[in-house]
Write a protein that binds this ligand. Structure first.
Ligand code: BES
Ligand code: ZN
Length: 882
C-alpha cells in the first residue's frame, strides 16, 4: 500500500504533457502471482514543449524488469526508477520514439482491487481513476488518449476466455497448454478506460441493430450456472441502447459490447470501452433472489455505464477536476432513462430522497466541496454524491433554464464539437451558451460554490389590487475553504393554485424573469408580483425539485393540504405531505427527549390515510407518501445537538399513532393488494409490492405481534416480499421466536448465494437499539463473513454505520471505537473501501456533545494510527478540521 504523502493537486497547476502518446501495444502473460506485462509506447515530443524535458511516467508499487528505447536496452544513467515513477532523460526533440517497459505484477496479492487483480479465479482490472499505473509505468492521466492493441497469453484450460477493449482481432494456441488473443480498440482512449478479463465464465448473448443498421454483438459474462440471472440485465442493456439513440441521437460504435460480472469490486460498475466490468450485485437478478430495488438498480447502472460510451469515453475529461463532466451528466442521463422506463414522478421522489439524505449532509458538513473542485489530495475520495448527484441536478437545471429544445441543441453541439476530446466543464457550458444565446456565467456558480442554497420565502395577497407577491431571499452557507458566496441563478418551477384546485394564470409578472412555469431567482433577494389574480392562491414552489435547494417557507397546514390534494405535479404533492409530516416528527423527537408524550396531528393522519386509500393514485406513489421522512431527515431538520435515540422514539410514536388510526385502511390495503401472478419485476408490480409491504409494516405496529409478518414471510414468493417480511420481524420483534426461526431459515436457504446473504447481514445490522453493536460483532464471527469481499463488508459494517442511527450512535461511543478499529484493519487491505466507509461519520459535529466527543475521539484514533493510506488520511483530516 502507498502511504500518505500529503501532497495536494491543484486545478490551477494543470498543463498538458510534454510528450504525445501515439500508440500503445500491451502484451500480458497472465499468471496468478507473476504476470508479465510488456508495454510498447510510441511517443513524440509535443510541439512547443521544452526540448530537454524528461518523460515522467506514473507508477504505483511497480517493479520493472526491462526497459528498451527503440528496441535497445536503455543505459541506467538515462533513467530513474522508483515504485511510483519512471523518469527518462535525453529523449529526441522531434522524431517519434518507442519505449518498451516490462513489469512483473502479482494479481493474487492485489487486495486493493485497483489495477489487475483476481476475483474468484477470474483476472480482471479496475483502472479508474489511477489504477493503470499499477500495471505498467504510464502517463496515467485522462488527457492522454491513445489507440491500444492488447495481446493476452494465458493457460487455456483455466482461462478459455481472454477479453479486452475494442474489437477481437484473432487468437490461436500458444504452446504448452496456453493460448493467446489479440484485441484492437480503434477509438483513442485514456488509460483509465483500459480493461482486461480472463478466466472461465458463462455467457448470455444477444444482438442489437443500431439506427444505421449495424449489428452489434452483446455479451454478458457471469459465473457458470448464473446465466439465467443475467436476462434482465441484457434486456436493460438493449433498452438503454435504444433510448440513447432516440433521446440523445447516440449510436454505439464497436462491433461488440461486453459486460463482465465479478464478485469482488470496489464500486458498482465501470464503463471501460466496449468491456464494462460490473459488481455482480448489479447484473444478477431473478424473482427468488432479487428485490424490486435490485431490479431498478440493475436497470439504472447498466444504462449509466452504457451511456458513458458517449459521455465519458468518446468525450472524456481533461483532468480529474472535471469528473462531473462525465459523472454528473451521465447520472442525469440515467435518471432520465429510468424516468422514461418507469413512473417519472415516483422516480423523481426517490432521487430527491436520495439527494437529501446523502448529498445535503455532505454539502453541509466537513467534506463539502464544489461540484467542480479546485484541489484534491486523493482523487478516489472525489467520487462523491456532490460530483454525481448534485452534478446531475446542475445538468437538470440547464435543461430547465434552456427548455427541452435548447438543451437538446446544446447537447448536440457538445457531441459535435468535442467528440474525441478530453474536455472541461467550461467547454460543456459554452456549448449551451452558444446553442441558446443565453449567458450562463452566473449559473456556472453551481459548479464552483459548495453548499446547499437556503431560500427564505414569504408571500402576500392584495385582494383590492388583485396581486400576489412572492418574496425570496437566498443564502449559500459557508463551506470549508469558501466563506463569502455570490448569489446564484436558481430556476424554480412554480404554480399558483386557486381555491377550486385550478391553476391561476397571472396577467403579468414583475420583479424578475419568469419563463413559462420557471421563476428565475438571480438576486440575493427578489420580490415577484403576479397581477390579475382574482383570489388568494396557494403557491407551489420548486415543483419537481427544479433546484437542489432548501426552502424555508412557513406555509400553513391548510395550504400544504391544498397542494397535497390538488397539485398536478405529483412530486409537489409528495413534498407537501413531507412538509406536513416534518414538524410532527421534530416535535415528537423533542417530546421524546424531554420524556413527554408524543402527539400526532390528526390532519397528518387524515392526509396520509386519504392518500393511502386513494385508488386513483399509483401504488408506488402512495408507498412513497407512507414512507415518511427518515430518522436522518429529521436529524437534518433539527440541525444541531442531535439525539438519535429521541429521534427514533419520537418517529416510532408517530408511526404507531398512524398505524392505530389507520388499522382498517392498512388491513384492507394489505388484503386487497395480494400478490398477483405471475410475478413481474416491472414498475407496476413493484409499486403494488411497495404499498402492500408499507401496509404490513404499519399492521405489525398496530397488532403489536409478529404473527402477520411471520405469515407474510412464510407465504412470500419473491425476494421483495420475503426480505420485507424478515425486516419487519427483525426490526420490530428482534427477540421473538418467529424472528429467530425466519433468520435461520433464510441463512440456510441462501447459504450458497452471496448477494442474498448480504441482505441477511444488512437486515440484522440495522436492527435498532443498544443490542446492535454486539450483534454486528457476533455476525463478524459468522463463517459467512468474509472481510476480503467489499459487498460483504459494506453489507455488515457499512450498513451498521450508515443506516443504524441508534445502534451506531450509542451514547457510550463504543460503536465509534469499534468502527475506528475496523476502518484501520480494512485500510490495510483496501484503502478505497475504508475511506468510503469512514464517511459514515461525516455529520458527527451535529450530534449532541456526549456523542460528538466520542466520535471525535474515534476519529483521532484513526488520525494517529501509523501508515494510513492517503485515502483514509485525507478523509479523516478533513473531517476533524472542517
Ligand atoms: N466510472 C464509475 C466507476 C468508478 C467510480 C470508478 C469510482 C472509479 C472510481 C462508474 O461509471 C460509476 O459511476 N459507477 C457508479 C454507479 C453509477 C450508476 C452511479 C458506482 O460504481 O457506484
Ligand atoms: Zn459513472
Amino acid at each position: 500500500m502507498r502511504t500518505d504523502t500529503g501532497r495536494i493537486i491543484h486545478l490551477a497547476d494543470y498543463r498538458p504533457t510534454d510528450f504525445v502518446l501515439e500508440r500503445v501495444d500491451l502484451t500480458f502473460e497472465l499468471d496468478p502471482t507473476e504476470t508479465k506485462v510488456e508495454a510498447r509506447l510510441i511517443f513524440h515530443r509535443r510541439e512547443g514543449a521544452d526540448p530537454n524535458a524528461p518523460l515522467v511516467l506514473d507508477g504505483d508499487e511497480l517493479k520493472m524488469t526491462g526497459l528498451l528505447f527503440d528496441q535497445i536496452e536503455l543505459a541506467p544513467e538515462r533513467y530513474t526508477e522508483t515504485p511510483d515513477s519512471l523518469t527518462i532523460r535525453d529523449l529526441p526533440a522531434s522524431v517519434p520514439f518507442e519505449i518498451t517497459i516490462t513489469t512483473l505484477i502479482n494479481p493474487e496479492a492485489n487486495t486493493q482491487l485497483m489495477g489487475l487483480y483476481r476475483s474468484n479465479g477470474i483476472y480482471c482490472t479496475q483502472c479508474e481513476a489511477e489504477g493503470f499505473r499499477r500495471i505498467t509505468f504510464f502517463p496515467d492521466r485522462p488527457d492522454v488518449l491513445a489507440v491500444y492493441t492488447v495481446n493476452i497469453i494465458a493457460d487455456k484450460a483455466a482461462n478459455p476466455l481472454l477479453l479486452s477493449n475494442g474489437n477481437f482481432l484473432g487468437g490461436a494456441g500458444y504452446g504448452e497448454g496456453k493460448h493467446f488473443a489479440a484485441w484492437f480498440d480503434p477509438h483513442p482512449k485514456p488509460s483509465y478506460l483500459f480493461a482486461l478479463v480472463a478466466g472461465d465464465l458463462g455467457v448470455v448473448e444477444d444482438t442489437f441493430v443500431t439506427m444505421s443498421e449495424r449489428e452489434v454483438a452483446l455479451k454478458i459474462y457471469v459465473e457458470h450456472g448464473k446465466e439465467a440471472r443475467a436476462a434482465y440485465a441484457m434486456d436493460a442493456l438493449k433498452r438503454s441502447m435504444k433510448w440513447d439513440q432516440e433521446v440523445f441521437g447516440r449510436e454505439y460504435d464497436l462491433d461488440i459490447f461486453m459486460i463482465v460480472a465479478v464478485s469482488d469490486f470496489n464500486m458498482g460498475a465501470m464503463e471501460n470501452k466496449g468491456l464494462n466490468i460490473f459488481n455482480d450485485k448489479y447484473v444478477l437478478a431473478d424473482p427468488e433472489t432479487a428485490t424490486d430495488q435490485d431490479y431498478a438498480n440493475i436497470e439504472a447502472i447498466i444504462a449509466h455505464e452504457y451511456f458513458h460510451n458517449w459521455t465519458g469515453n468518446r468525450i472524456t475529461c481533461r483532468d480529474w477536476f472535471q469528473l462531473c463532466l462525465k459523472e454528473g451528466l451521465t447520472v442525469y442521463r440515467d435518471h432520465e432513462f429510468s424516468a422514461d422506463q418507469r413512473s417519472r414522478a415516483v422516480k423523481r421522489i426517490a432521487e430527491v430522497r436520495h439527494l437529501r439524505s446523502e448529498q445535503f449532509p455532505e454539502d453541509s458538513g466537513p467534506l463539502a466541496h464544489p461540484v467542480r473542485p479546485t484541489k484534491y489530495r486523493e482523487i478516489n475520495n472525489f467520487y462523491t454524491t456532490t460530483v454525481y448527484e448534485k452534478g446531475s441536478e446542475v445538468t437538470r437545471m440547464i435543461a430547465t433554464i434552456l427548455g427541452r429544445d435548447g438543451f437538446k441543441k446544446g447537447m448536440d453541439l457538445y457531441f459535435e464539437r468535442h467528440d474525441g476530446d478530453a474536455a472541461t466543464v467550461e467547454d460543456f457550458v459554452k456549448c449551451f451558451e452558444d446553442a441558446s444565446g443565453r449567458d450562463l456565467t452566473q449559473f456556472s456558480l453551481w459548479y464552483h460554490q459548495a453548499g446547499t442554497p437556503q431560500i427564505t420565502v414569504s408571500s402576500s395577497y392584495d385582494a383590492s389590487a388583485k396581486t400576489f407577491s412572492l418574496s425570496l431571499e437566498q443564502m449559500v452557507p459557508a463551506t470549508p475553504g469558501q466563506t463569502a458566496k455570490e448569489p446564484m441563478h436558481i430556476p424554480l418551477k412554480f404554480t399558483l393554485i386557486g381555491e377550486n384546485g385550478a391553476e391561476a394564470q397571472p396577467s403579468a409578472v414583475s420583479g424578475g424573469e419568469v419563463t413559462g412555469d420557471v421563476l428565475h431567482l438571480t438576486e440575493r433577494s427578489q420580490t415577484f408580483v403576479f397581477a390579475g389574480i382574482g383570489a388568494r392562491p396557494v403557491v407551489s414552489l420548486n415543483r419537481g425539485f427544479s433546484a437542489p435547494v432548501n426552502l424555508h417557507f412557513s406555509q400553513t397546514t391548510d395550504d400544504l393540504a391544498h397542494i397535497a390534494r390538488h397539485d398536478s405535479d405529483l412530486f409537489a404533492r409528495w413534498q407537501a405531505i413531507t412538509d406536513l409530516a416534518l414538524p410532527n416528527l421534530t416535535a415528537a423527537a423533542k417530546a421524546a427527549a424531554g420524556g413527554k408524550p408524543v402527539e400526532c396531528d390528526a390532519s397528518l393522519c387524515d392526509a396520509l390515510l386519504a392518500i393511502a386509500s386513494d385508488d386513483s393514485l399509483e401504488p408506488a406513489f402512495r408507498a412513497q407518501a407512507l414512507a415518511l421522512p427518515s430518522e436522518s431527515d429529521i436529524a437534518r431538520e433539527l440541525g444541531a445537538n442531535n439525539d438519535p435515540d429521541a429521534i427514533h422514539q419520537g418517529r416510532q410514536a408517530i408511526l404507531s399513532a398512524i398505524a392505530t388510526a389507520g388499522a382498517s385502511t392498512f388491513r384492507s390495503l394489505y388484503d386487497g393488494l395480494a400478490a398477483s401472478t405471475p410475478f413481474s419485476p416491472d414498475a407496476a408490480g413493484a409499486g403494488r409490492r411497495a404499498l402492500r409491504n408499507a401496509a404490513l409494516s404499519f399492521l405489525a405496529l398496530s397488532d403489536n405481534s409478529p404473527a402477520g409478518a411471520a405469515e407474510a414471510y412464510a407465504k412470500a414468493d419473491n425476494m421483495t416480499d420475503l426480505s420485507q417480511a424478515l425486516t419487519v420481524l427483525a426490526h420490530r420483534f428482534p427477540d421473538a421466536t418467529e424472528t429467530h426461526a425466519a433468520l435461520s431459515s433464510f441463512e440456510s436457504r441462501f447459504a450458497a448465494n452471496a448477494l442474498v446473504l448480504d441482505k441477511w447481514f444488512s437486515i440484522q445490522a440495522t436492527i435498532p437499539g443498544e443490542g446492535a453493536l454486539d450483534r454486528v460483532m457476533r455476525l463478524m464471527q459468522n463463517p459467512h463473513f468474509t472481510a476480503s469481499n467489499p459487498n460483504r463488508v459494506r453489507a455488515l459494517i457499512g450498513t451498521f454505520a450508515f443506516a443504524n442511527p441508534t445502534g451506531f450512535n450509542r451514547p457510550d461511543g463504543k460503536a465509534y471505537h469499534f468502527f475506528a478499529e475496523e476502518i484501520l484493519a480494512i485500510d490495510k487491505r483496501n484503502p478505497q473501501l475504508a475511506a468510503r466507509l469512514l464517511t459514515a461519520l461525516r455529520s458527527w459535529r451535529l450530534l449532541e456533545p456526549v456523542r460528538a466527543d466520542q466520535a471525535r475521539e474515534a476519529l483521532m484514533t484513526i488520525e494517529r494510527a501509523p501508515s494510513l493510506s492517503s485515502d483514509v488520511a485525507d478523509i479523516v483530516e478533513r473531517m476533524l478540521k472542517g
